[in-house]
Design a protein around this ligand. Structure first.
Ligand SMILES: [Zn+2]
Length: 484
């Protein structure tokens, strides 16, 4: 996600950081076996609901026998009475311009086992299997459900003629000694998902275009139309409905489309999407999907990433639109191809998305954004935040639920994370650091990376000991600034 910044700039002085390290090797988590989701959904414009069926060919990717399977029900966070709400108090006005509105998910039937609703906030579907499944064994589960969309500018909801379908279907919880079922934290992107294969059909009034993350087929049925696509090896599946205009291009064999409602510079923003797909493909490894959709839509932050499709907020203006596009495109590598636990190690993808954005500008002088200015901005903002907030804990390895505020989360993960990469750039040089990141993208493609895995990949590429250096940033022992 691309967040809005809240603190302005002051000058800063960097401090030296000492380096001691140990070498650890890269490890790849094999996830060749993937669950397959077949979702059929119908949107009703009259009552702002989606009636859907999600058929899951679920594979046991764990190393243990499973007698039950857990699925996140993220739309439950949007209901009246949720303990974990999708936006915090400071963001309510921006997220709900028309007043508070609630939505939710109702499970109307499950095939493949008995079920119950559980989790910390009635946000997990637990399916009790009639017979246990062993590792690599598959089981078929079907979930019928009805979504009620809130009237809001968020990942999930409708506003001003658009319908955002993000995190809108039951999706399996990862397993790490038990199913991991974090609630919907309002800070950050509270997701931790495995890659799956998707076949999705959405029926909606024919006046809507359905932006999808893969090449789609649209079939008219009188007043309605059904749009369908398949997307394999994807971290998630999102779609946006709207009365869009669009511009399209092609780069490195990828069909790129920018869907927008109002944008006088649509061609320039399509170019930013194409340029960033091309640049990151060269730097970190080829973009592996056939299409990429950038969708301008109501959203209370700058943008939001999903595999093959990203949101750009309709409130973003001027150069910010380009910055959001580059940031969200970088997430196709950091979050999408290389997954991470976005609850416990949010910095892994956000710091890299920010640094990758700066690296894009560094290598595209025609965009008129100085790399050094972005780093100075980050350093100034970080030090000012620390001074004003009097925060003593600058660690980046906290769960997103443990930061004192959304601002603290932003400055520790996005801003300080980018500063760590800038320091690495100074130590290793761009060629070596990029080679390390390319190695990280390759080693952890379609898997879930960790900080240790990242560090090991950078160490291998640079033949340097980096663990103590990076740990000083991650744990907060490094002093990055002094106030004169
Ligand atoms: Zn982001």
């Amino acid at each position: 996600m691309k967040l809005k910044r809240t603190v302005k700039i002051i000058s800063v002085i960097t401090a030296a950081i000492f380096v001691f390290a140990m070498f650890t090797g890269c490890k790849k988590n094999e996830q060749d076996e993937r669950s397959v989701y077949n979702i059929t959904a119908e949107y009703s414009d009259a009552d702002k609901t989606v009636t859907a069926r999600c058929e899951i060919d679920y594979v046991n990717r764990t190393e243990v026998e499973l007698s039950e399977v857990w699925f996140h029900l993220y739309p439950a966070a949007y209901r009246n009475g949720a303990r974990y709400t999708p936006v915090n108090a400071a963001e309510i006005d921006g997220a709900y311009p028309s007043g508070i509105s609630y939505g939710g998910i109702e499970i109307t039937g499950v095939e493949g086992g008995e079920y119950e609703i559980g989790g910390l906030d009635e946000d997990v579907l637990i399916v009790k299997l009639p017979a246990s499944i062993m590792p690599t064994q598959r089981v078929k589960i079907a979930v019928d459900y009805k979504l009620t969309l809130p009237n809001m500018r968020h990942r999930f909801g409708y506003y001003n003629g658009n319908v955002n379908l993000g995190n809108w279907f039951p999706i399996e919880c990862v397993y790490s000694g038990g199913f991991v079922a974090d609630p919907y934290y309002s800070s950050g992107d509270p997701f931790n998902l495995p890659v799956c294969d998707y076949a999705v059909s959405i029926t909606a009034p024919a006046s809507y275009t359905v932006a999808m993350p893969a090449a789609s087929v649209r079939t008219e049925n009188g007043d309605s139309a059904t749009t369908s696509c398949t997307l394999n090896n994807a971290r998630d599946f999102a779609a946006v409905l709207g009365a869009f205009k669009s511009v399209s291009g092609s780069v490195k064999g990828v069909d790129v489309t920018y869907y927008y409602v109002s944008d006088d510079n649509a061609e320039a923003h399509l170019k930013a999407a194409c340029d960033s797909i091309a640049y990151f493909s060269d730097a970190f490894g080829a973009y592996p999907y056939k299409t990429y959709a950038v969708v301008q839509t109501p959203f209370n932050q700058g943008g939001m990433e999903y595999t093959g499709l990203v949101y750009v907020s309709d409130s973003a203006q001027g150069d910010m639109i380009t910055e959001v596009i580059v940031h969200e495109t970088a997430h196709q590598w950091w979050y999408g191809i290389v997954g991470n636990d976005q609850v416990r190690e949010a910095w892994l993808d956000e710091a890299l998305a920010e640094y990758s954005t700066s690296l894009f500008y560094k290598n595209h002088a025609d965009y008129g954004v100085e790399y050094s200015a972005r780093i100075a901005d980050a350093m100034g903002g970080f030090s000012l935040f620390c001074e004003l907030s009097r925060t003593e804990d600058t660690s980046m390895n906290r769960s997103i639920g443990e930061y004192a505020s959304a601002a603290e989360y932003t400055y520790m993960t996005y801003v300080k994370g980018q500063l760590m990469y800038d320091s690495l750039l100074g130590m290793l040089g761009e060629k070596t650091l990029t080679a390390g990141l390319r190695r990280y993208a390759s080693e952890y493609a379609y898997a879930t990376a960790t900080a240790d895995g990242l560090i090991a990949c950078l160490e291998k590429a640079s033949n340097r000991d980096l663990k103590s250096f990076m740990s000083s940033f991650i744990t907060g022992t490094a002093k990055l600034y002094s106030i004169s």
